[in-house]
Design a binder for this molecule. Structure first.
Ligand code: NAD
Length: 249
């Protein structure tokens, strides 16, 4: 990577997030936008980029990331759909490319990262928990990557505390009619015009509830986190899941 200027290419550059990322990189100190790539483009050497920002579609993202890693280019990935199988395959490839960093972040908004952190804190105090995620109707995946990650974090915190899966979710709703079961947590997906990206984590106890809520009203909310990822990825070799691993929390 050059001494002062980080050369950045964006893959998925014509999309909603990709175009916002292009604008953010263009306006950032110490970065230069060197390439914009979208579906059907030959990625080649990614216009000589040091770091690629990848916001495409879940089916395309693993191949795009693999292309970058093969060429020793660091990648900041915002695309969702990184199943354990896809991650395992990437990790296997990365074992042959020492020093390359890949950050996979289901949510770049700082408030969303704090929401997940607060949810982790609360998880061990409440047996009853559900997640509601609300997005614009064009969102292709459900539940959202953030909701899946939140459920995973809550599930891990509950396991650590020795709590069973949320009892209301599993015993009262065996067919999952009230939402998808993710790591033993019910996740409800709402798709509604006017929404951008929103999430509530609801905890219930005796005579009380606790709600942790985050709202992204505009895609610019993700951009400080994307730029943080671009700045940090070269010094975090290997695969990192979650921007929280780059932040002092
Ligand atoms: P979008 O549909 O607006 O844009 C996707 C872009 O990817 C399109 O321009 C499309 O042409 C392009 N594309 C399709 N196939 C491609 C390929 N093979 N190679 C390169 N580009 C290709 O979608 P969006 O709203 O910008 O969201 C993109 C992804 O980012 C989704 O997975 C979404 O869930 C995720 N997302 C992540 C965050 C986050 O903070 N991590 C926030 C919002 C959205």
């Amino acid at each position: 990577m050059s001494e002062s200027i980080v050369r950045v290419s964006v893959v998925g550059a014509s999309g909603r997030m990709g175009s916002a990322a292009c604008r953010a990189v263009e306006g950032a100190e110490g970065m230069e936008l060197v390439g914009r790539f979208d579906a059907g483009d030959d990625l080649g050497d990614l216009a000589g980029a040091d770091v690629v920002v990848e916001f495409s579609v879940p089916e395309a993202s693993p191949a795009n990331v693999a292309h970058c890693v093969e060429r020793g280019i660091h990648v900041v990935v915002g695309t969702t759909g990184w199943t354990p199988e896809r991650l395992a395959s990437l990790e296997e490839q990365m074992s042959r490319h020492d020093g390359v960093g890949v950050l996979i972040a289901p949510n770049f908004a700082i408030g969303a990262i704090l929401m997940m952190s607060f949810a982790r804190q609360a998880a061990r105090f409440y047996e009853s928990v559900e997640v509601v995620e609300l997005h614009h109707p064009d969102k292709v995946d459900a539940p959202s990557g953030t909701a899946a990650r939140t459920a995973e974090i809550i599930g891990a915190a509950r396991d650590e505390a020795g709590l069973p899966a949320s009892p209301d979710a599993t015993t009262q709703d065996p067919d999952g009619a009230r939402g998808a079961q993710v790591h033993g947590v019910s996740v409800h997906s709402v798709r509604l015009r006017g929404m951008v990206a929103h999430q509530e984590v609801l905890f219930g106890g005796e005579g009380e509830t606790l709600t942790v809520r985050h709202d992204s009203f505009d895609r610019t909310s993700f951009m400080p986190g994307v730029l943080e990822g671009v700045r940090g990825v070269a010094s975090h070799p290997g695969v990192t899941v979650g921007l929280e691993n780059y932040l002092q929390m």
